[in-house]
Design a binder for this molecule. Structure first.
Ligand code: IMP
Length: 434
């Protein structure tokens, strides 16, 4: 029995989807604990493409139990679309296979409208570059204690009460502050009730079920979304998402006790990318940046936006190791670096004559730091056909060894291409000793 948490170590898009898919094979239960449909990953299985935004990709395996924890926020229309699409592809999503926490909050139409209106109203330099999916406003309501939980869908009069209070306030904001059209209470209530009818059979107590699974000796995989530098507390605030993306939230976001976590796998892309605005010390504005973007196919899975690209940032990696308690690294997209004459890794930042070894919390400082690099020889050969670590080019092995040395964490997985088979599983975290 083991419980393994997967987190992104950078600004998201580290290739978590592929590693989650790989480890899902070894898990009995797969549970998401934060974020919403701002996340997204694409998997191709037997020539069929699947895009996941909310449901854990473990749903592709018939014998796995997938769960959506209380820390996740759910756009019911998107969830139902995802369920319908899977059904069309021959994968019925039954309540036996998917459990949704009754405490997960709903992303409502007004959250999406407010997200878009707020982002549009932000001046240049202040824009966050949100995904426009209503994430921030939904978490604001959750913390402000006016949110609507998926469990509320079971109680029509409670739902109507909560919705009325929200609609009054949100319409005031939409019309008076942003000059937008008001939303209709009746229409919204009808929609939400209809969603409720379709979703209630999936709703239950995730915490209880995880506890039962753990006691029964099952393997549990906690699937994080986004990345450590997008964490609401520890990331490059305010250019962050609105949830805690770090491993600790696997417990809060599902109702699971911290002492039962056995391993934390940090997904580290062999270089760095970021979508949206905000500081990115190792960003490349040159030909190399473009090469990484093209070769890495660096477009956001949710919004299709081009990702900004840069060298690996060891400061960011070490922040992630500390903040998440990472016990093993999954180094992804190593193949994208093939063909680079030399490869740089940032080892510290310079700011006003001082050397920094952690991302500064002040956004002005984080924007002003200069990365200090060490340089490593690159390799020419394409490595996507390599299946044994020892068969990697010596320079690639040295680069990985250097990352291990710098972070103090061993690489347990190395990904050398997008396909399932293009992965070197050096150590199975479900078999790791605590
Ligand atoms: P929000 O989560 O839509 O509020 O967006 C806030 C910031 O997080 C923006 O810079 C987004 O681009 C970024 N973001 C949100 N979700 C993801 C993700 O899954 N991958 C990468 N960046 C993300």
């Amino acid at each position: 029995m083991s419980s393994v948490v997967i987190v992104g170590t950078q600004w998201g898009d580290e290739g978590k989807g592929k590693i989650v898919d790989l480890l899902t094979k070894h898990a009995d239960c797969i549970v998401r604990f934060q974020g919403g449909n701002n996340a997204g990953h694409t998997l191709v299985v037997d020539g069929q493409q699947f895009i996941f935004h909310i449901i854990p990709s473990g749903i592709l395996y018939e014998d796995k139990r997938c769960m959506i924890g209380n820390g996740v926020i759910i756009d019911p229309a998107v969830l139902l679309d995802e369920i319908a699409e899977l059904k069309d592809k021959g994968l019925p999503v039954t309540p036996q296979r998917l459990l949704i926490s009754e405490n997960a909050h709903l992303i409502m139409e007004y959250h999406k409208q407010l997200d878009l209106a707020q982002e549009a109203a932000r001046s240049k330099g202040k824009k966050i570059g949100t995904t426009g999916r209503g994430i921030g406003p939904c978490y604001v309501d959750k913390v402000g204690r006016v949110g609507i939980k998926i469990g509320d869908l079971l109680d029509k009069s409670l739902l109507a009460d909560k919705l009325q209070a929200n609609i009054d306030e949100k319409n005031f904001l939409l019309t008076k502050k942003f000059g937008a059209e008001p939303l209709s209470f009746d229409l919204l209530l009808d929609h939400v009730l209809a969603y409720g009818e379709q979703l209630t059979s999936y709703v239950g107590n995730v915490s209880l079920e995880l506890d039962t699974a753990r006691k029964a000796g099952k393997h549990i995989l906690f699937e994080g979304a986004q990345g450590t530098q997008l964490d609401i507390d520890h990331g490059t605030y305010p250019f962050v998402t609105s949830s805690n993306t770090v491993a600790g939230n696997a417990c809060n976001g599902t109702g699971f006790g911290p002492v039962h976590i056995d391993a934390v796998i940090g997904i580290l892309k062999a270089y760095t990318t970021r979508v949206g605005e905000g500081p990115f010390p190792t960003e490349l504005h040159d030909q190399t940046g473009e090469e990484l973007q093209k070769k890495g196919g660096e477009f956001g899975a949710t919004t299709g936006r081009k990702r900004r690209c840069g060298w690996l940032d060891g400061v960011v990696a070490n922040d992630a190791v500390r903040l998440n308690g990472i016990t093993g690294l999954a180094i992804t997209k190593l193949d994208v670096l093939s063909g680079q004459k030399s490869i740089k890794m940032c080892t510290s930042y310079k700011l006003n004559g001082s050397t920094l070894h952690a991302m500064p919390s002040s956004i002005d400082k984080a924007t002003g730091v200069q990365p200090l690099y060490e340089e490593h020889p690159g390799w020419d050969a394409e490595i996507d056909g390599v299946r044994e670590f020892d068969n990697l080019p010596a320079q690639a092995k040295d680069y990985i060894r250097r990352i291990e040395d710098f972070t103090g964490v061993e690489a347990t997985i190395v990904s050398v291409g997008p396909d399932r088979e293009e992965t070197l599983l050096l150590k199975n975290p479900f078999e790791a000793e605590k």
